[in-house]
Design a protein around this ligand. Structure first.
Ligand code: DI6
Ligand code: FE
Length: 404
């Protein structure tokens, strides 16, 4: 590994929070030392001490922080194209769920799949993300719904990190749906699987955060709160699928437990945003699910803006509501459907996504001290990352100062 590298002839979108216009530096230079950014700025101002570092020209390309997908369900068995057809023939997502399909049909397929099959199908989706400059991926359990199968999902997710050059964070989402064996017994399920399993998975060191599906077709705020109490006692951060289909006040629950993020939020009441803003949690926008379910209610983006809520964007890659393994497509939909700006979209998959995972300072910005996790693009302007739809304009990754 080269310990000291000087990158030149590039436009740098630093995504620095305090700077306007992507923190763009037109004729930039970046110094990497021991895997971290030692200096970034206008090439004219490069301190003399770095001028003899091994120099790599980036050919006038754009360089950004490597992208981060902060909400995925990448590990699962089978697919649900048949439900996509059912919805387009008139059934709703909730109706399909109540009829015994939906999430639990993926649970059946996931339980039947071998570890190897789960790993192989997840790798194809992970490679899609990597081909768009993604360096960090959060992956949730939630399609096992027994302690053993939930833990198996997290083990498969963690294994991906040894097979590809990405950082993987794993989230315990056993409170995702009620399996048939617990029909009409959601409280028993929370106690016997979601909570007991969390304690076991945490003991194995497999859990980075705890999540739940807080909806009328999922779990109630009271049930989620019992799970959050246990997460807190284990010292694990929480996050929540909240207000995707109905207003359950899940975002406020995230605030109460000083959580990392509330995700989806289409049905979040405008009146609750100031309180949510005070909590400092990130609002994670999942435009792929909005698009796939042909939702028409958009999250309260304007109020997030005016109250200073940081907005991240993720793929929510899953077989039911968001069969999308393209982070750039998610950014594009966030712009066209949620009226987010291309700058907000890029912040949403860099700086704000890092914050949603508790990785701020290390990932998501190009500034002194941050990790040298960078993406180089065959475009001129950062707005192009949200603008083009189709094959990726990604050129290459720089990871710990090494090109791949
Ligand atoms: N919200 C989602 O978008 C996914 N899970 C969740 O809680 C959807 C999961 C699925 O339909 O398989
Ligand atoms: Fe999700």
């Amino acid at each position: 590994m080269q310990r000291e590298v000087l990158y030149t002839e590039c436009r740098v979108a630093t995504m620095h929070s305090g700077k306007p216009e992507y923190g763009l530096i037109e004729n930039g230079a970046i110094v990497v030392r021991n895997g971290r950014i030692a200096w970034v700025g206008d090439a004219q101002g490069l301190p003399a001490q770095y001028s003899n570092y091994s120099n790599e020209s980036l050919g006038q390309r754009l360089i950004t922080p490597a992208l981060i997908d902060c909400h995925t369900h990448l590990v699962f068995g089978g697919n649900r194209a048949s439900e996509f057809e059912m919805r387009l023939n008139g059934a709703s997502y909730e109706e399909i769920s109540k009829a015994g399909s939906g999430i639990v049909s993926t649970v059946r397929a996931t339980r039947l799949a071998s570890d190897k099959e789960l790993l192989q199908s997840a790798i194809t989706r992970l490679d899609d993300l990597i081909s768009e400059g993604v360096a960090v991926v959060e992956i949730k359990s939630g399609y096992g719904l027994t302690i053993a199968d939930e833990i198996r999902m997290l083990r498969v997710a963690r294994k991906l990190e040894s097979l590809r050059p990405v950082k993987i964070l794993t989230t315990w989402l056993a409170a995702h749906a009620l399996p048939v064996e617990y029909e009409d017994k959601p409280d028993d399920y929370i106690n016997e699987v979601a909570i007991l399993g969390l304690q076991q998975a945490a003991e194995e060191g497999l859990v980075d955060a705890v999540d739940g599906f807080c909806e009328t077709i999922g779990f109630s705020p009271a049930q989620i709160e019992r799970l959050f109490e246990v997460a807190h006692s284990l010292g694990l951060p929480v996050k929540l699928h909240a207000e995707q289909l109905s207003d359950q006040k899940g975002a406020l629950l995230v605030g109460k437990y000083a959580g990392l993020s509330a995700d989806h939020l289409e049905y979040l009441s405008v009146d609750d945003v100031p309180k949510f803003a005070e909590s400092g949690a990130v609002a994670v926008m999942l435009p792929g699910a909005f698009y796939t379910l042909r939702e028409s209610k958009i999250p309260p983006i304007n109020v997030f803006r005016s109250t200073g809520v940081e907005m991240a964007i993720a793929t929510d890659c899953n077989p039911g509501s968001s069969p999308i393994s393209s982070i750039l497509t998610a950014m594009n939909i966030a712009c066209t459907q949620f009226s987010m700006t291309p700058e907000e979209a890029l912040a949403g998959t860099t700086r704000c996504a890092a914050q949603a995972l508790g990785l701020q300072g290390d990932y998501g910005v190009i500034e002194d001290g941050a990790l040298a996790e960078l993406a180089v693009w065959n475009v001129q302007h950062p707005a192009e990352l949200s603008y083009w739809v189709g094959p990726s304009k990604f050129h290459k990754r720089i990871s710990h100062g090494e090109t791949s």
